[in-house]
Design a protein. Structure first.
Length: 576
């Protein structure tokens, strides 16, 4: 039963009005909205506590978000969306220690087991189904654990929950003539998903396919126009039942999600059977576990030989890299520098991947939030100022979610072995999260006699041109442990940045390594962190080898871009 904390009515009304005004004038997760939500949550009921949680998670204040969830459960112990968010979100965007990382994995597993135990036919539970499914995905788990068995269970759970809201469509045959195909995404904007896959949609033969695009969260107008030119565009925002009703009305033969695992709306819809054939592309390269998803379309060059073992879905290995990204138009360096202030967003994909969606009110449809990131006022210099002649600049162009505690010692040992080197990090998170990351790393570096503050440069969110300029100015790069670089490597390898990467067991752990194999540069691939470190030390001491690799990368860069065979294979899958 929900309880209400006692606050004078006039004070609570004033707090509600202050929060309303903050919502009108500021972005989700911003300091003004979070401050107003804190005051609002001092009184009221479970919903004001959830508003506080919503703002805290949106602003990457995860520990505060968990405090808000605890308040919500204090006011209503049966409020399931608070429990759902509690196991989906870690305590920090980048774990404070390996122990906390493991504790999050265990908490996630316990949360899964708890939700598996519930009877969703019971009214007091049924009312919260969408407040859970529509609020958060398993996004943060994926960055610390491949979790293949757990994802199969998670997918079955989602399907069981959603079946209580919507039984889905009965089987029906595919059309024999022109196929109707729906492509669905919340990321039709300057984002990895659109950059990789919208060109494939644009390249489909419209005489063979009646193409519809579900634009869950419309981007800038020029992206809306581009999406509309690729087929019939259906724009959000809409509630989940409206999207399901639209899909039913369209009667698609094939329903393709460009990613699953980053956005809760797609997660919920994909848990329903709404088309005879349902599939997803590799925008978030992990298995969904959903029994309602028939196929996953993933790049052959990035998957291991036993890749089918990692998916509950049937795996279709698209030729090459499985995307439609075209080679960029090369511009003179001066023009690149002039364009820095006109670029829309950073190249690295991972910030926009964050599914910062939290329940703002129980069984109501969840509100989706685009992360708010405030760059430090001083943007990093376009050209690096080298500290001394012969200095080394090393880049790890990965988000904070990928910078696991185990990586700290690798960085520290490398800088200890290469005293002339500086490390550049692009964690793509607000300043307070960068500060927490630095606090975690600083003692590890000190234990290896490395001064973190003089040897490590934390860069703010930067435009694409500046991101590429940073790669050009650096001597070589290190991939992240665990979840490897995907779009970031596609952007930086063609600029001639040698990246040393580990080739792991699943696709999420071998993206950069797969690109290096395609480029015939196996010498940059390691099988574990020790080999990575050894290769990095050697490369840091060999300028001639770095130059050779830079020239090879630039000469072979064309191999990384769109291939006709990929377009043909996608068309054959849709028509088959």
């Amino acid at each position: 039963m929900s309880t209400v904390d006692s606050v004078p009515p006039n004070a609570q009304a004033a707090a509600a009005e202050a929060y309303r005004l903050a919502c009108e004038s500021a972005e989700a997760g911003s300091d003004p909205r979070l401050a107003a939500a804190r005051v609002l949550a001092e009184g009221g009921d479970v919903y004001t506590a959830m508003a506080w949680a919503f703002e805290a998670f949106s602003g990457f204040h995860f520990r505060e978000g968990h405090r808000a969830l605890a308040l919500a459960l204090q006011r209503d112990a049966g409020f399931l969306p608070a429990r759902w968010l509690g196991f989906q979100y870690p305590l920090d965007p980048s774990h404070a220690s390996s122990a906390e990382q493991q504790a999050f994995i265990e908490r996630w597993r316990a949360g899964l087991k708890y939700f598996e135990s519930l009877d969703y036919r019971r009214p007091e539970i049924h009312q919260h189904i969408w407040g859970c499914v529509g609020s958060a995905t398993a996004f943060y788990l994926h960055y610390v654990d491949a979790a293949v068995p757990e994802m199969k269970r998670y997918g079955r759970l989602l399907a069981r929950m959603m079946a209580q809201l919507d039984p889905g469509e009965p089987p029906r045959p595919l059309r024999t003539g022109r196929r109707r195909v729906i492509f669905a995404s919340a990321f039709f904007r300057e984002h990895t998903v659109a950059r990789l896959f919208l060109p494939l949609i644009e390249g489909l033969d419209r005489s063979r396919f009646d193409i519809h695009l579900l634009d869950f969260e419309p981007g800038p107008e020029h992206w809306q126009r581009r999406v509309a030119a690729a087929g019939t565009r259906h724009a959000g925002p809409r509630e989940a039942p409206e999207w399901a009703q639209l899909i039913r009305a369209l009667q698609p033969d094939v329903l393709v999600y460009l990613e699953l695992g980053m956005h809760p709306l797609g997660q919920g819809l994909a848990a329903l059977r709404l088309a005879p054939r349902q599939a997803c592309l590799w925008g978030h390269p992990v298995s969904t576990g959903l029994p309602t998803l028939d196929w996953v379309l993933s790049p052959d060059a990035l998957e291991p030989a036993n890749a089918q073992d990692h998916y509950s879905e049937r795996l279709l290995r698209l030729p090459g890299l499985g995307h439609g990204l075209a080679a960029p138009v090369e511009v003179p360096e001066a023009a690149m520098n002039e364009s820095l202030d006109t670029q829309e967003t950073a190249s690295a994909e991972d910030l926009a991947d964050a599914p910062l969606d939290a329940a703002k009110g129980a069984s109501q449809a969840a509100t989706t939030v685009t992360p708010t990131v405030t760059a430090r006022t001083a943007r990093a210099a376009t050209h690096l100022r080298r500290t001394q002649t012969g200095s080394l600049e090393i880049l790890c162009a990965q988000t904070a979610f990928k910078l696991l505690p185990a990586q700290d010692a690798v960085f520290a040992r490398l800088l200890q072995a290469l005293p002339q080197a500086r490390l550049h990090l692009t964690p793509l998170v607000p300043a307070h999260v960068q500060d927490a990351l630095a606090m975690r790393m600083r003692p590890v570096f000190a234990a290896h006699s490395v001064d973190f503050d003089t040897r490590v440069v934390l860069h703010p969110l930067m435009p694409l041109a500046e991101f590429q300029r940073l790669a050009i100015d650096c001597d070589f790069g290190l991939d992240s442990l665990g979840w490897s670089g995907g779009m970031s490597a596609l952007d930086l390898l063609p600029r001639g940045l040698p990246i040393i990467a580990i080739e792991g067991h699943t696709m999420r752990e071998r993206q950069t390594a797969g690109l290096l194999r395609l480029l015939d540069l196996p010498e940059l691939i390691a099988h574990d962190a020790e080999v990575m470190l050894r290769k990095a030390k050697a490369l840091g001491s060999d300028p001639a080898e770095r130059q050779r690799l830079r020239e090879a990368l630039q000469a072979r860069a064309g191999r990384l871009y769109a291939r006709a065979e990929t377009q043909v294979a996608l068309g054959e899958f849709l028509a088959g």
